[in-house]
Design a protein around this ligand. Structure first.
Ligand code: CAA
Length: 392
């Protein structure tokens, strides 16, 4: 729980936004989190509630139908959702990941055409960068796009497309110039009804089970040239990187929400659970664990909020701080959710209690939107550039 003291660091709108998200999480998401985890189906009732609350517009500029909030506003909402269900948190946040390329690289016409639908919750949107053989090495992708008259024809396969099965719009990255490496990558706004676009295998996952993660097949998929992001070839990799810089704090706040949610449950459980004639929270060994968990959650949250504020300030160099908050918060989530399971003892290992789901949901945060090994690489490269006197 964010301490009342730190509320003074937020605007009145942000405090209200967080309260709205918390209420939705507690009343709509928490009661159905276990059901969708078991079924591994998409929670349309939750999507409708988020849409009705107007929260898909949080990160979208006002001139394109959104609320004009920034990354910090997005993070506040994602943390609250994830505190109730990590899958519902990312099912929401992936719409920011999918639409940030339009915000950072789209033409005004593309922004006018697509962003109002995302803001209204009419368009769900996902992000198609990774492939079977191009994960951490995103620049080595094999999907190709060839210009043909007024269209591009896309061929290839995308992997790990979070939300892809329910998305009506997908930001797909493909190579337009194979001789130029990462500089030959372009991004396309692909609509689900375009011929040659097909959703393939659904992954059977350890966690975040309510959000579909799928393969996308592009088989002579015809996309109008008007849907080439930014109207210019070769800018796609930079747009992907600039997007990840803005989206990684969203994953980090998913992690903070999961850690906070696990800590909340651990506090309640250790207060009620009696052994040796007293609540186990009366034992110093348990108190020290709780104290460490709470300290780690708060430290992670503050780094995420700092990163979000740096990004929202329009600062030029955001890559390092964005990677740092993703790295730290997601490692904290794994540690805190694992410790919470430990505090529940044998009950924590069983599905009668909601706690093991937090640990399962947390694991993916260390992997997607760049593994934590890639975050360390990104941070180290920035450090070395700074040490050499160059811009980070
Ligand atoms: N902003 C803007 N441009 C950037 C940039 C940034 N943050 N980082 C790199 N670039 C530019 C470079 O300046 C360079 O441009 P020039 O050629 O003009 O100089 C170009 O991009 C290539 O950069 P690098 O040489 O640094 O590229 P690299 O091949 O060494 O890889 C990497 C860099 C950081 C490892 C990158 O590949 C990466 O981030 N990998 C992880 C990918 C990732 O996060 N994937 C997750 C996808 S989303 C997901 O998980 C699924 C989901 O649905 C949730």
């Amino acid at each position: 729980m964010t301490s009342p003291m730190s509320d003074s660091l937020f605007t009145k709108q942000q405090v209200e936004l967080r309260a709205k998200a918390r209420e939705l999480a507690d009343t709509v998401m928490r009661p159905v989190a276990a059901k969708y985890d078991v079924e591994q189906t998409y929670p349309w009732e939750v999507q409708k509630a988020i849409k009705a609350a107007g929260l898909y517009g949080v990160w979208i500029p006002k001139e394109y139908g959104g609320m004009g909030g920034g990354v910090l506003d997005l993070c506040l909402v994602v943390e609250e959702f994830s505190r109730a269900c990590g899958g519902m948190g990312v099912g929401y946040a992936v719409n920011a990941l999918g639409s940030f390329p339009i915000i950072v690289g789209g033409t005004d016409e593309q922004k006018q055409r697509f962003l109002p639908g995302v803001a209204a919750g009419d368009h769900l949107i996902s992000f198609g960068l990774s492939e079977k053989d191009a994960g951490s090495d995103a620049g080595s992708m094999g999907a190709k796009a060839v210009k043909d008259g007024d269209d591009y024809v896309l061929n290839g396969e995308k992997k790990w497309n979070t939300g892809g099965a329910v998305a009506t719009l997908n930001t797909i990255f493909a190579v337009t110039n194979p001789d130029r490496g990462a500089r030959g990558v372009s991004a396309f706004l692909v609509e689900k009804d375009m011929p040659g676009y097909r959703v393939g295998k659904h992954e059977d996952k350890m966690g975040i089970r309510c959000v579909p993660v799928v393969e996308i097949h592009l088989e002579d998929c015809r996309v109008p040239a008007a849907n080439l992001l930014g109207g210019e070839e070769g800018r796609g990799f930079k747009h992907a990187m600039a997007t990840l810089d803005r989206a990684r704090p969203g994953v980090a706040s998913q992690a903070v929400g999961l850690a906070q949610g696990a800590l909340d449950l651990a506090m309640a459980y250790t207060g009620n659970r009696k052994q040796f004639g007293q609540s186990i929270s009366a034992f110093q060994g348990i108190q020290w664990m709780l104290a460490d968990m709470a300290t780690q959650v708060e430290a992670a949250r503050q780094l995420v909020h700092h990163a979000a504020r740096v990004i929202d300030s329009g600062h030029k160099h955001i890559t390092k701080v964005s990677a740092m908050c993703k790295l730290m918060a997601t490692d904290v989530a794994m540690k805190v959710t694992t410790d919470a399971v430990q505090l529940f003892g044998g009950y924590g290992y069983c599905k009668d209690y909601p706690i093991e789901k937090y640990m399962r949901d947390a694991k993916i945060t260390q992997i997607y939107e760049g593994t934590n090994q890639i975050q360390r690489l990104v941070i180290a490269r920035a450090l070395l550039r700074e040490a050499a006197g160059a811009a980070p």
